[in-house]
Structures are given as C-alpha cells and as structure tokens.
Design a protein around this ligand. Structure first.
Ligand SMILES: [Zn+2]
Length: 295
C-alpha cells in the first residue's frame, strides 16, 4: 500500500474522470490526499473525499501563488528555466483571493466523517517576484501574514500543514520555529542541511516526480533523499503535474506514485516493500489517517 500525500484530483485536469482516477488508485491499494489551492478547489476536495468510505481525503488552504495579483503561471517554469515541452495543464491563470479564516474553518467543521486531514497547500513562494524591491518585500510580508493565519487554523483544529516552499526555505524555517506544527514540506527543493532542520522541527519531507528531472538550478534531490532517513519521507505525485517519465503519459495521477517509491528504493538501496511500509506508516501518523476497521 502507498499513500499519495499530494494528488490534486480536485483540479480541472480531472474534471471528466476524477472518480475513475480515484477508483484506479484505490484498486491499486493507493490512498490519496487532495490538497486545495484556493477556496474553490479546497471545497471541491472536501466534496469529492466525502463520496468515498475510505482512502480518499482532503486538505484545504490558500496557496501562496493565489495571494496578490492575477497572473499567468507555468508550472514547469517554476522548476526550470528551460521548461521544455510544456503540457496543456502546466500553465494556468492564478486567481487572487483574500484568505477568509471563517470560510475555511467552515469547510473543516462542516465536513462529514473528518475528511479534512490537513491545512494545505499553503506556504511561501518567492519565485515570481517583481523587479521592484519595495513590491517584493510587500509580497513577502503578505505571504507570511496569510501563512500565519493558516498555521493558526491548523493549530485550532490540531491539523498538520502541507507546505509549499519555493526559494523561501529560510523564512519558512523561521516561521516553523515559532509555530509548533506537524507537517510536510512537499515537493522538496531545498538543500540537505535545510531538510535536516525541517526534520529536527518534526516535519516530514515529500518527494514526487521532480526527482526524475535534472534541473541544474536545484539541489540534486537524490543527494537529499540519501541524506535523510526513510522514517521522515512521504510519497506524493503532485498530480496532474510532474509525471514520472516511465508512466508514459502526459497527465500524472495518484497510481503513478509507485514510480517515485521505486526510485527512492533504488537511491536508498532498500526493497520497494520497505519503502511502501515505512512511508505509509509516516503518512498515517502525520495525517492521523483512520485504519480501515476504524471507519
Ligand atoms: Zn500541489
């Protein structure tokens, strides 16, 4: 069994076939956590999760790229200067949103069967910064302020946080030192020393298909994976993005989490079964996922 701790089956790329995709995952013994990126996708994650007895969960939150001005974003551009062949769903319009604490709170308290297992994805993204230093500082402050509110919400409900972090690892570490929260730094792009610090603060590190990409601007994920214990790693796909090449498809989906597990097993020189068992235990502990007989 695997847990895809970060699969956006609640996004438009799965508008036509979300149910088939989730059933395929469950048949392959893969559980899925769907993080929201703004209110609409958070609400949709909850709605979808409620349709399943077991194995499908939601996280709710406002992603840092949806704070501030509307702009066009290319997902791969965020990982690499040379985006290569862009896939249709890897470019989208961001929609600016003000964080409404009460509305998000309502999603948690109104959800049936405790389907909201985390606040996410939330965090800091310093990638798309304007040239003006004054504007840059303003955006940083705004992102930190909104993240703090969402960390407060996590604290109020005792939920973990799913953290998005791009070019902002030191600022995120600082915020986590004052907010004692369980959580995961998803799609990890920091250096090994920073991963060590996140782990010391009690966080987990999430890896996905980005580990198959050779991005010169980023630290080598293989070195980071080799340097941290399997006991602090969780698996994810970040579907519909970052599809592992071996999947042979354009759109990623939770079932492809197996490829990430295989690569981690190879890097750490352990069996696939061990990666499956330990990362599943990690995800169950982090997100307090119910075991089948408890539901
Ligand atoms: Zn994501």
């Amino acid at each position: 069994m695997f847990v895809d701790t970060h699969g956006h089956v609640n996004f438009n790329a799965f508008k036509e076939d979300a149910d088939q995709v989730l059933r395929r995952a469950l048949e392959n013994d893969i559980q899925v956590i769907m993080p929201g990126s703004q209110y609409s996708t958070s609400a949709r994650a909850v709605r979808i999760a409620e349709q399943y007895e077991h194995g499908v969960y939601a996280a709710i939150g406002l992603h840092p790229i949806h704070i501030g001005e509307q702009r066009k974003v290319d997902v791969l551009e965020t990982q690499s200067e040379d985006a290569g062949a862009m896939q249709p769903w890897e470019s989208f319009e961001t929609r600016a949103e003000e964080f409404d604490y009460e509305a998000y709170k309502e999603l948690i308290s109104g959800s049936l069967k405790g389907k909201v297992v985390a606040i996410g994805e939330v965090g800091l993204d310093y990638y798309y910064f304007p040239k003006s230093k004054v504007k840059r500082e303003k955006i940083k402050e705004k992102q930190k302020e909104v993240l703090q509110k969402q960390m407060d919400l996590a604290g109020e409900f005792g939920l973990p946080v799913i953290l998005h972090c791009r070019k902002a690892h030191e600022d995120l570490l600082e915020l986590l030192t004052t907010n004692h929260l369980r959580g995961v730094v998803h799609s990890y792009t920091g250096i090994a020393e920073q991963a060590q610090k996140f782990i010391e603060l009690g966080l987990y590190i999430g890896f996905n298909g980005l580990i198959f990409k050779d991005v010169p601007a980023l630290p080598d994920p293989k070195e980071v994976i080799a340097s941290i214990p399997l006991e602090r790693i969780v698996l994810e796909t970040d579907s519909p993005y970052l599809v592992p090449p071996a999947a042979g498809q354009e759109r990623n989906e939770p079932s492809f989490v197996r490829y990430v597990a295989e690569e981690i097993a190879r890097i750490k020189n352990v069996s696939l079964e061990e990666v499956a068992r330990i990362t599943t235990e990690n995800a169950q502990a982090l997100f307090a996922l119910p075991l089948p007989e408890e539901e």
